[in-house]
Design a protein around this ligand. Structure first.
Ligand code: F6P
Length: 374
């Protein structure tokens, strides 16, 4: 019989479909192994403020198919959390609440930011296991993240639906799909939905090449085009400016240089807001076709998780409890093919899984004649 352990769970970062399935997977497996489970609300804030949420047979029932997270989530960081209007380092509060609640382990379900925050707590001695979730699919060292499959369905359906209206009006319709840094969702939905142009952050685009592809379609009698564009897609010049600022941040020799580079990145990001609308205008001018924009936004994060996400969340959640029972900590439960594998949180934190330029999805998109803007 396993030694009874008490596990805490948080969901942190942007929500994604399948979080409740993950909470249920961890919770039910833990209860059936004789462990106790406590949820904490609203990500790392709940740990700092001891916002407990009881997780038992009753509260874990009926949540598998529900979107969002019953625990609530947030983007707060333990080392910079706003408390009563002031930014504070609440790491010690979190450590104290971990002890006060007699936790033996903490499960953090989250994406890139969550892994950086979890690592800080691992370094302070907490027993942490993480699960990868984000609709962006950009967590390093895992084949899949909880939420991506559902978002892919939603974005693909949107691209499908835009075809008939673009066709009827002989228009360009640009669908903006989530993903600031990684283009998995846009690329996946673009390929699955048959978009004519797919623009992702990993491949800076040239608007003239996009326009040429659209004009070539018109020349062959197809007077409409669907462009799937990621939130973070950039043109060539902007891409170079982002790269240079990121390099300056990485190579900064002191705090001031780092702060300046960070500010530069922030300014570039602010200037990039509204890029899809500017792209639409540019394409109208270059093609003489009307262009319209549809920003899919948070629709992609809401609603019922797909069977694929429920399955992934249950697989990873139950494996997480096995690892805790075996005393394996400081790891993320990564999806590997049909199975799951623990990988060090230290290797995940700070690393993003971007779309490789020679990825098979990219090759397939090119082979079916999709313009990638380069
Ligand atoms: O990381 C998931 C994500 O949905 C991104 O695709 C998007 O850019 C971002 O979160 C939006 O974040 P927020 O919920 O903070 O507006």
């Amino acid at each position: 019989m396993a030694k009874t352990k008490r596990i805490g769970i948080i969901t942190a970062g942007g929500d994604s479909p399948g979080l409740n399935a993950a909470i249920r997977g961890v919770g039910k497996a833990a209860l059936s192994s004789g462990m106790e489970v406590i949820g904490f609300r609203d990500g790392f804030r709940g740990l700092a403020e001891n916002l407990r949420y009881p997780l038992d047979k009753t509260t874990l029932a009926g949540i598998l198919t529900i979107g969002g997270t019953i625990l609530g989530t947030g983007r707060d960081k333990p080392h910079r959390m706003e408390i009563n209007g002031e930014l504070r380092d609440v790491t010690d509060l979190i450590l104290r609440n971990y002890d006060r609640n007699k936790l033996d382990a903490l499960v953090c379900i989250g994406g890139g930011g969550t892994h950086k925050n979890a690592l800080r707590l691992v370094d302070k001695g907490l027993n942490i296991v993480t699960l990868p979730k984000t609709i962006d699919n950009d967590v390093a060292l895992t084949d899949a993240t909880i939420g991506f499959d559902t978002a892919l369905d939603i974005a693909t359906e949107a691209v499908d639906r835009l075809h008939s209206t673009a066709h009827s009006h002989h228009r360009i319709i640009i669908a903006e799909i989530m993903g600031h840094r990684a283009g998995w969702l846009t690329l996946g939905a673009g390929i699955a939905g048959g978009a004519d142009v797919i623009l992702i952050p990993e491949i800076p685009y040239d608007p003239r090449k996009v326009a040429a592809a659209i004009r070539a379609r018109s020349k062959h009698g197809t007077n409409f085009s669907i462009v799937a564009v990621a939130e973070g897609a950039v043109d060539g010049d902007t891409g170079l400016a982002f790269e240079a600022a990121a390099r300056r941040k990485k190579n900064a020799k002191n705090k001031l240089e780092k702060q300046n580079a960070k500010r530069e990145l922030q300014d570039l990001t602010t200037r990039h807001n509204g890029n899809t609308l500017r792209l639409a205008k540019e394409l109208e001018e270059l093609t003489n076709l009307e262009a319209r924009v549809t920003i899919l936004g948070y629709v992609q994060r809401g609603g019922t998780p797909s069977p694929g996400d429920r399955l992934l969340a249950t697989r990873l959640g139950t494996m997480c409890v096995e690892l805790i029972a075996d005393g394996v900590f400081g790891v993320m439960v990564a999806a590997r093919g049909e199975g799951a594998k623990p990988v060090p949180i230290a290797d995940v934190a700070g690393n993003l899984k971007m779309v490789p330029k020679d990825h098979t999805w990219i090759q397939s998109a090119r082979r079916v004649g999709t313009c990638l803007g380069d």
